[in-house]
Design a protein around this ligand. Structure first.
Ligand SMILES: NC(=O)c1ccc[n+]([C@@H]2O[C@H](COP(=O)([O-])OP(=O)(O)OC[C@H]3O[C@@H](n4cnc5c(N)ncnc54)[C@H](OP(=O)(O)O)[C@@H]3O)[C@@H](O)[C@H]2O)c1
Length: 312
């Protein structure tokens, strides 16, 4: 497992990290209970050191899983705060609320110091005016967290996070959703901000296994993500990605992951695997380097994607 420096926080983390939303069963459907612990253990065996979660995933169950399973000496944890599930479900980024939420996360994760705490999809105003960021800076100063940042749902929020000198930015980054990070890359590099790239497979689309008439179970978030026509169009755009497969790039999912990691401003790619098999596949198919994608593929890619209607 290759590693990268985690921005200006200075620690070194695995270039592949394990996300836990899919494991919670709330995103894509149920995951076998017995599989959960094994996936986290396998990730550690394969060299993953960085684990990404949120206090709301599984109502705290994913933080607890990591708290019960991770080796404290060799791993880092990123968690996210700011979502209240109890009725009325809402976002809440008040310092008083975050203080209690953080204490609960410390307990579940069984860590005196949490490596990174992110605000979970805040709006721009929360970052500009609220008391969330002063609170996180105080916690960092007190040594209860190493760094703080923002999980951004839009380019505007990502920009506002950089304006506030966030240590870490988490955002969607994949072959079909690359523009926001590419536009911010210079600022990110100049400020040495750590980047967690999530949704690297576009929720499974970039694996390239779906028929144009693919449907999802109602409790799978993808059932509401694309209309049937939008999904058909997206699947037709995969033709551009298929051209990336060849030589050491064995699969489309491998190509998609290699694309993310070929961007040096990415500190770690957050994997959304739901089984040990999926984890093994991605770790194997990302290769051992050097390099991720051949130079000729990297230089042809913008044109291939543009022809398919994707802006890089
Ligand atoms: N706002 C936020 O902060 C935020 C938002 C989204 C995600 N995240 C984090 O990022 C993580 C990843 O996000 P994501 O779920 O959008 O990731 P993703 O990697 O784009 O998609 C995950 C899906 O890809 C498919 N997949 C994964 N590995 C595979 C393999 N080897 N072969 C075939 N299919 C494979 C699985 O689909 P199937 O279920 O069909 O097998 C899985 O559910 C989440 O777990 C979460 O921790 C954070």
């Amino acid at each position: 497992m290759r590693t990268r420096r985690f921005g200006r926080l200075g620690f070194v983390a695995s270039e592949l990290s394990l996300g836990t939303w899919g494991l919670s069963g709330e995103a894509y459907g149920a995951v076998y209970e017995t599989e959960l612990e094994r996936i986290v253990e396998l990730a550690q065996e394969l060299g993953v050191t960085l684990f990404e979660t949120a206090d709301v995933y599984g109502g705290g169950a994913m933080e607890k899983l990591l708290g019960d399973t991770l080796d404290l000496r060799t791993t880092q944890v990123v968690t996210k705060l700011g979502t209240v599930r109890e009725a009325p479900a809402r976002k809440c980024f008040d310092a008083a609320y975050l203080k209690d939420a953080l204490a609960r996360s410390h307990d579940r994760l069984k860590r005196e110091t949490i490596d990174v705490v992110l605000l979970h999809n805040p709006g721009v105003q929360v970052l500009r005016e609220g008391d969330a960021i002063p609170f996180l800076r105080e916690e960092q100063h007190a040594g209860r967290i190493v760094g703080w940042g923002v999980s951004a749902g839009s380019p505007e929020v990502a920009r506002a996070a950089l304006d506030q000198s966030a240590d870490v930015l988490e955002l969607a980054y994949n072959l079909f959703t690359a523009k926001a990070l590419h536009e911010l890359a210079d600022r990110i590099a100049q400020t040495d901000t750590a980047v967690l790239a999530r949704s690297v497979l576009a929720h499974g689309l970039l694996v390239g296994h779906w028929s144009p008439n693919k449907t999802f179970f109602p409790h799978d978030h993808r059932s509401a993500r694309w209309t049937p026509d939008a999904l058909k169009y997206r699947i037709s755009q995969l033709q551009a990605v298929r051209q990336m497969v060849g030589g050491e790039v064995l699969t489309m999912r491998g190509a998609a992951l290699r694309f993310v990691l070929s961007n040096q401003v990415v500190s770690s790619a957050v994997l959304g695997v739901r089984s040990q098999t999926q984890l093994r596949q991605l770790v194997r198919e990302v290769g051992e380097g050097p390099g991720y994608l051949p130079d000729d593929v990297l230089s042809a890619l913008p044109e291939w994607l543009q022809k398919a209607g994707v802006e890089l």
